[in-house]
Design a protein. Structure first.
Length: 458
């Protein structure tokens, strides 16, 4: 009897366990799956991670006839992985953070995608909405001149990790600071440098026989081109003209631009016998008249503008193609040179404090006007449209305003407008023209206002 009772208890216990296990199994089947963790920025570059891109963007290759090089990474020094014919249409998957390069899928190439410079593309829409690809297709090291080979697990046909643009630093709002401007004295046949407050008050001459002024970012220092017969070159001084010291000794050294920390001055020069423009720099505390090159023989270019992120904008003229190009490079090394824009006419480029917009002057319809290039979406806006000559743009320290010189009404003056071209106003009428030819100087040294600039700082 006791044995039968034990057997009954065992059967009841086994039945209870069976149903409990069945309920647990059912819960496991019907439970909501756990979401797959999102890939973080710490994902190794060698991991293939793809992101769906909903924006459909195409572009047309515009090189003037030559084939466009497609690179393994967004750099002119990266290996060439393909070439595109002029006029062909490509799909665009993503862009780099600067907007200088875009990622395009490839067929019949050693990699599935590659980078092309936006300067040689006509976009069908703004690229600003495209995701930013922070993980580029990687290539294994290759012997110079040999075909590049792909690392199998590292090539992605779509951008891997998408990050938002960096935040924009907001500077104090309003109209403030001071401007430096060159003025030609027609009686003495030479230039002088003048300062004026942004509201047009206190116009004063601070340097005689000088032109091409540049202000440091903090407004404490002034660099300029000195025209004195016995004391030529680029000079750095306090902003009021006191304590001048010459850092180069050639009158062919022109258009100085301070580094963000004002420890160096970049400039262009045609001091070489071939009279071709090259980019040089000098230390602001160097009193031995030594100019330094970036690389052997210098970098060909002119109109340098040192941006506050450390890059230098500069212009390159291509007479064989009748175009002018806007480039940027690393101001420390002269490397990472990037082509930003190609156009028929471009002079005096100046970047806004947020480094997104570049203002410049261009010759069209028989006169010079001011234009603005958006480095992200590659759009160009004409800011002035007047029969007079408008040129030499300079942004205010907060980027809200843009100053320029003009001979509207028959007299040269310093003007300002909002960064979008609105609210145009005269700051001050200048005591002379900005365009002039220095007496007794050879023609190759006299380019008038096309070799001048203005500055705006605190």
């Amino acid at each position: 009897m006791r044995t039968r009772f034990v057997m009954i208890l065992l059967v009841v216990w086994l039945t209870t366990v069976f149903f409990a296990l069945g309920a647990l199994a059912q819960d496991a089947i019907t439970a909501t799956p756990t979401p797959t963790p999102t890939t973080s920025l710490a994902t190794p570059l060698t991991t293939t991670v793809t992101t769906t891109v909903t924006t459909t963007v195409t572009a047309t290759v515009d090189t003037g006839g030559v084939r466009l090089r497609v690179r393994a990474a967004p750099s002119t020094t990266a290996p060439i992985v393909a070439r595109l014919t002029d006029g062909s249409t490509v799909s665009v998957l993503a862009r780099d953070a600067s907007g200088d390069w875009v990622l395009t899928p490839l067929t019949n190439a050693v990699v599935e995608s590659g980078w092309i410079a936006t300067a040689y593309l006509r976009m069908n829409t703004s690229i600003g909405a495209l995701p930013v690809a922070t993980v580029a297709p990687l290539l294994s090291a290759a012997t110079p001149g040999a075909p590049a080979t792909a690392t199998p697990q590292s090539v992605a046909a779509t951008p891997a990790i998408v990050t938002p643009p960096p935040p924009v630093v907001t500077l104090p709002s309003g109209l403030y600071g001071k401007l430096a401007v060159p003025v030609f004295d027609e009686s003495r046949k030479t230039y002088d440098v003048w300062l004026v407050n942004a509201d047009g008050s206190d116009l004063r001459r601070v340097i005689y026989e000088a032109s091409s002024p540049a202000l440091s970012a903090d407004g404490a220092m002034l660099a300029y081109r000195r025209w004195q017969v016995d004391d030529r070159g680029i000079v750095v001084a306090n902003v009021d003209g006191s304590n001048p010291w010459r850092i180069t000794d050639k009158l062919e050294d022109v258009l100085p631009s301070f580094s963000p920390d004002r420890s160096k001055v970049a400039f262009s020069t045609y001091r070489w016998g071939d009279r071709k423009n090259r980019l040089y720099y000098a230390w602001t505390d160097e009193q031995h008249k030594v100019a330094w090159e970036w690389g052997a023989g210098g970098i060909f270019g002119e109109d340098p503008f040192w941006m506050n992120d450390g890059r230098i904008l500069f212009r390159v003229t291509r007479p064989e193609r009748a175009v002018e190009e806007l480039w940027s490079m690393d101001g420390r090394t002269g490397e990472q040179r990037t082509l930003l824009y190609v156009t028929d006419s471009l002079r005096a480029p100046a970047a806004a404090p947020d480094n997104r917009t570049v203002a410049y002057m261009a010759f069209a319809d028989g006169n010079w006007d001011i234009y603005a290039l958006d480095l992200v979406d590659r759009s160009v806006t004409r800011l002035t449209d007047d029969p007079a000559e408008d040129g030499l743009p300079a942004f205010s320290p907060n980027g809200e305003y843009l100053a320029f010189v003009s001979n509207r009404g028959g007299k040269w003056g310093l003007w300002r407008m909002r960064a979008d071209g609105s609210d145009l106003q005269l700051i001050v009428t200048l005591p002379g023209p900005v365009d002039g030819r220095v007496e007794f100087e050879p023609e190759y040294l006299n380019h008038g206002w096309l070799e001048e600039q203005i500055g705006w700082s605190w």
